[in-house]
Design a binder for this molecule. Structure first.
Ligand code: HGA
Length: 605
């Protein structure tokens, strides 16, 4: 989603700003811009094309400066057109970039219009720029503090003013912002990743913080206006831009990286030990009587899968809820419940807000399952498990999902052991199965040519139905989500037993029905559901375990999964669904890594 970069230096800073935007590009955006401070005020370049186009404009226009801010925008208020792209100016004196949503922008706009401010964009952001400008009395830091006291909603902002050279002021509430410390120069960004190459020393701002960057230092105050001492963290692991290598898209690369990602995520320990989840986890796990899993999108589906594991293995009651729903409904808190939040980036706005809501309701035990160790989510939870998927660039999540499943299975097995429900032999068996997963995944990835053949058929369809049962119902949901996200084919997933309660009405010969058919206890029931589809002329595309005896026939297409993998089977069965979505999207010629209207880390509500 939106990205912010800012810098104060003694050298021309434009290349740092552009490079920062380039590093954030993978998150998805629809316009971008950069502003630098000159003697007569800020000047800017904005583009509704890619960062490369912005770079061309900057070069051709000789835009240079030692103080600047830059932005990639994912529009929430106002179309992705140049006038709405950030940086937004106020009276050619002040420039501002913003991530988030200002909920009371209409009231503020009326108030500011009353003061003579003219609005030239449809954004909610423009009210912040004019508000700060209206409050400016020679001190930008003070004006920002006064302005944010009037804002309702979520924001991370970076601002500069023509009368204050070598100054960028930032503030955050509900959207991430980090300060990067250099020598005689300082930086600001919505993600430390943007500043890799410029610094390895970061301060992760906390909710309500306001900061002022100058050449020789950074001033930070907290929400109350008290000087805040924030830890300086060394973060060196970001490396350079990720290369595509022999793959056509990052999504394909990431699907094929799953054996490696899972190898790196499987706990090294030769036992399911609470310490895998952080210091004090043993105590926490002994204290809890249930789990509440909060997540969005693909992470929500990993939570749904985990419910089956947690309740069958550990016999611990587990509730899974969409974060954006949980935070706005009245629920019954249980302080003995462990709140598990799942997010690839650890910055998902809805999940962070749900976590905060749970904490305010009195939930004291929290665990993050996350791919980014420096994220807000990891910092705001008591315990954490880091997946080691590596950077995921494709908007449609793949390796983050399967590594989350590894983390959640480990959690279920650990709780089962602590509750006396896992004997030594079972523990050794599950550990062995986990270690063999990368090899098993390689065999599944070898099915790619057969899946490509199916994808040709799918690319001509407008609808698809996905069926699964039990542990594999969430996998059917994830398969349908992948297909709709990147190929724009309308797809729905149902637990197969639900067919006759409604969706069967949709089944005709034009409706492909993808079926996840592992050789588990529900296989015979699933076969009956498949018959129901065939009887109505539906075309079945079945991913069946080798020993299921489901064979090709009229209207029945079968791809055999190499081996049955018991409780861990969802981790294997999701992979052909990822490949099916990927190759169908390729056949339809969509922008696979950056599907329309979507963004990578969803940092707005
Ligand atoms: N609301 C602002 C910023 C949008 C944003 O943060 N997207 O991720 C706008 O629409 O310009």
């Amino acid at each position: 989603m939106c990205g912010i970069v800012g810098a104060v230096a003694q050298r021309n800073i434009v290349s740092v700003l552009i490079e920062g935007l380039r590093r954030l590009e993978y998150r998805g955006y629809d316009s971008c811009g950069v502003a630098v401070l000159g003697a007569r005020g800020p000047s800017r370049a904005r583009s509704v094309a890619r960062v490369a186009d912005l770079e061309g404009q900057v070069r051709d226009g000789h835009l240079e400066g030692v103080t600047g801010i830059a932005h990639t925008r994912w529009a929430t208020h106002g179309a992705p057109v140049t006038d709405n792209a950030h940086p937004i100016f106020s009276r050619d004196a002040l420039a501002l970039v913003h991530n988030g949503i200002i909920e009371n922008y209409e009231t503020l706009r009326e108030m500011l219009r009353g003061k003579g401010y003219e609005f030239v964009s449809q954004t909610d952001t423009e009210v912040i720029a004019h508000l700060i400008h209206s409050l400016y009395r020679g001190d930008l830091f003070a004006a920002v503090r006064e302005a944010i006291a009037q804002l309702h909603g979520a924001y991370a902002i970076a601002v500069l003013h023509k009368d204050q050279p070598h100054t960028v002021v930032g503030a955050r509430q509900g959207s991430p912002l980090v300060v990067g410390l250099g020598d005689g120069e300082n930086f600001l960004a919505s993600d430390a990743l943007a500043l890799a190459g410029s610094t390895e020393r970061f301060i992760f701002l906390e909710e309500g913080d306001v900061c002022e960057l100058s050449l020789d230092g950074v001033r930070i105050v907290d929400r109350q206006g008290e000087a805040a001492q924030r830890e300086v963290r060394q973060v060196a692991a970001y490396g350079g831009a990720v290369e595509l290598g022999p793959y056509r898209h990052f999504m394909q690369k990431e699907i094929f990286e799953q054996p490696r990602a899972i190898t790196d995520t499987i706990p090294q320990a030769d036992a399911f030990d609470a310490s895998i989840f952080g210091e004090g986890a043993g105590q926490v796990f002994a204290d809890i009587d249930s789990l509440l899993i909060l997540a969005c999108g693909t992470s929500y589906y990993s939570g749904l899968t985990a419910k089956y594991w947690l309740e069958s293995l550990a016999k611990i009651p587990t509730q899974v809820e969409i974060a954006s729903e949980y935070r706005y409904r009245e629920s019954v808190p249980n302080p003995k419940s462990l709140v598990v939040v799942i997010s690839q980036s650890g910055e998902t706005a809805d999940t962070l807000a749900a976590l905060k809501h749970a904490q305010e309701l009195g939930h004291k035990h929290t665990l993050a399952i996350c791919n980014v160790g420096t994220s807000a989510m990891v910092r705001q939870t008591e315990l954490s498990f880091l997946t080691h998927a590596g950077r995921e660039i494709g908007v449609a999540s793949t390796k983050a999902f399967t590594t989350q499943l590894v983390a959640l299975f480990t959690l279920a097995a650990t709780l089962a052991k602590l509750r006396g429900r896992l004997n030594d032999e079972q523990e050794a068996g599950y550990l062995k199965q986990l270690r063999h997963l990368p090899a098993a995944l390689n065999s599944v990835l070898a099915l790619e040519p057969q899946i490509i053949a199916w994808s040709e058929e799918f690319s001509r369809k407008e609808h698809a139905l996905f069926l699964g049962r039990g542990l594999h119902y969430p996998i059917a949901l994830e398969g349908a989500l992948k297909l709709k996200e990147i190929s724009y084919i309308h797809a729905e997933a149902y637990p197969a037993g639900e067919l006759k309660h409604g969706p069967l009405a949709l089944v005709t010969e034009a409706m492909p029905v993808v079926t996840v058919a592992p050789n588990d206890a529900l296989l015979e029931k699933l076969k009956s559901n498949m018959q129901e589809v065939r009887a109505r002329g539906g075309e079945l595309y079945v991913f069946a375990d080798t020993d299921t005896k489901i064979v090709n026939g009229e209207g029945l297409h079968v791809i055999r999964m190499p081996e049955h993998y018991g409780l861990l089977s969802p981790i294997l069965h999701v992979v052909p669904l990822q490949l099916l979505a990927y190759h169908t999207a390729c056949a339809r010629g969509t922008d696979v890594d950056k599907p329309r209207n979507l963004a990578k880390s969803v940092t707005v509500e």
